[in-house]
Design a protein around this ligand. Structure first.
Ligand code: UD1
Ligand code: CA
Length: 456
């Protein structure tokens, strides 16, 4: 059975009260619509088709060629939305799966099972559609599944159109369907306009039954079909997604001390025996190795952390830490920071666009920007690379084994040769030879100290 997937994303999302289209609101590292794409991508044989409307251009910018698009110019209901996909999908598949872009908790496994139920019934013949249903104590806003005496599905009745008895029904339409493709495309144009001025996709159930065809209802876990309409819903769904993500990592051997106080995005990878302490955010494409201790209270975004690393109360963004390196408390690695193996960064250090070689130590209060630093360099307390002259950035090169005294200012561009040393408070404005000692302002070797003063 060839399956096409349609994702409805043309709603206004008014209740979000946001400039950002609802389906682009982020949740655990993915936009809402991306969660829906993820859920169907592995099931349908072609890229899913997303029906866009309000904010459609931004959706296209995000998803690019990963999906196909149809535009619903006017918001005339769920039936009308699916109809926009007909031109592209008619004749390409045996069945059409329809889901919403605002149900981020819908899991691939749930959909797979649902499609299997559809396929089994479909083989027996006479089937028009299947729908995922849920039982819920509070049925408010859901279409009710109406059955006859024999227990066969007769129709889906929208809440506004329910009789008082129908309102009591607790078997509810989740809005997820699988249709016989040929039947769908033949009948969808015949859905009548509702008194509300919309074309209801749900009317198809009653139409199928009138034609003597079967409609199957398949129960789903309630949690899966949670729809997002408000920022409150977003927060509730976020909690569930984070729990699922944390459970996946724990099952793979990661210790997460308090999953409810840990925020791990969907794509993050973590090696076994790594411990994640509370208050930690692991975001974007971050990859963390084995045997690390991360946190408490650390934020790591789009970064690569090796094995056996330690990140204490620190912020790491678009950076790389090699095996056995450590940072914190209160360190900041910015874009392009790269700590070699065994590098130690202590309190209040900041590194940007720089490499620190193996074993280098930067214990206290330092800024390193646009620098290439060799192995086993000692960066004394308060050392700063003065890399910006107000107009341009300049590089600093520090070779292996250099010792920088406390509060050394390195006025870039500048190079310090292997084993060079600077005294406390030096302002280094010129290159320093390998093995050479300089100190003072500006920094000079001992032999030329005092020269400046004796000049008129
Ligand atoms: C729909 C179902 C209802 C079901 C409920 C579950 C219909 C008529 N009713 O109601 O039986 O219980 O979902 O959540 O289908 N959309 C478009 N274009 C439109 C209209 C909607 O793309 O013109 C999209 C929305 O972005 C949204 C989804 O379709 O993601 C559902 O639309 P909505 O209007 O919220 O449907 P409900 O009234 O909730
Ligand atoms: Ca200082």
């Amino acid at each position: 059975m060839r399956l096409a997937a349609v994702i409805l994303a043309a709603g206004y999302g008014t209740r979000m009260k946001s400039k950002l289209p609802k389906v682009l609101h982020p949740l655990a590292g993915r936009a809402l619509v991306e969660w829906s794409v993820e859920a169907v991508e592995g099931i349908s044989h072609e890229p899913p088709l997303v029906v866009i409307g309000h904010g459609g251009e931004q959706v296209k910018e995000l998803l690019g060629s990963r999906v196909r698009y149809a535009v619903q110019e006017e918001r005339l209901g769920t039936g009308h939305a699916v109809l926009q996909a007909r031109g592209q999908l008619q004749g390409t598949a045996d069945a059409v799966l329809v889901i919403y872009a605002d149900m981020p908790l819908l899991q691939e496994a749930t959909l797979r099972h649902f499609v299997d139920v559809f396929a089994e019934n479909w083989k027996q013949g006479n089937l028009a559609m299947a729908m995922l249903t849920v039982e819920r104590e509070d049925p408010q806003g859901f279409g009710r599944v109406v059955r006859n005496q024999a227990g066969e599905v007769q129709a889906i009745v929208e809440e506004v159109d329910c009789t008082p008895e129908q309102r009591q029904i607790r078997e509810l339409n989740s809005g997820i369907y699988c249709f016989d493709a040929a039947w769908l495309w033949a009948n969808l144009p015949n859905v009548p306009l509702s008194p509300k001025g919309e074309y209801y996709l749900t009317d198809l159930a009653g139409m199928a039954v009138e034609q003597g065809l079967r409609v199957v209802a398949a129960p789903a876990p309630l949690e899966d079909v949670y729809g997002i309409n408000t920022r409150g819903h977003l927060a509730v769904a976020g909690e569930v997604l984070r729990r699922r993500i944390a459970e996946r990592h724990m099952a793979a051997g990661v210790t997460i001390v308090d999953p409810s106080a840990t925020y791990i995005d969907a794509q993050v990878t973590i090696g076994p025996d790594t411990v994640i302490l509370p208050g930690t955010l692991l975001q974007g494409s971050t990859q963390i190795g084995e045997d690390c201790v991360i946190g408490p209270h650390s934020q790591i975004r789009d970064s690569r952390i090796g094995n056996g690393c330690r990140v204490i109360q620190s912020v790491v963004e678009q950076a790389r830490m090699e095996d056995g390196s450590e940072i914190g408390p209160f360190g900041h690695l910015r874009s392009g920071a790269h700590l070699g193996p065994g590098v130690h960064m202590g309190n209040f250090g900041e590194v940007k666009n720089s490499y620190l070689g193996p074993g280098t130590k930067m214990g206290h209060f330092s800024y390193v920007g646009d620098a290439t630093i060799g192995a086993n360099v000692n960066i004394g307390a308060g050392v700063i690379t003065c890399n910006y002259d107000g107009a341009r950035k300049h590089p600093t090169v520090i070779e292996d084994g250099v010792f920088l005294g406390s509060d050394t200012m390195l006025v870039a561009p500048v190079r310090l040769g292997q084993g060079a040393r600077t005294g406390a408070g030096s302002v280094v404005t010129r290159d320093v030879e390998p093995g050479e000692l300089v100190y003072g302002v500006p920094a000079r070797p001992p032999s030329s100290q005092g020269e400046e003063k004796s000049q008129p």
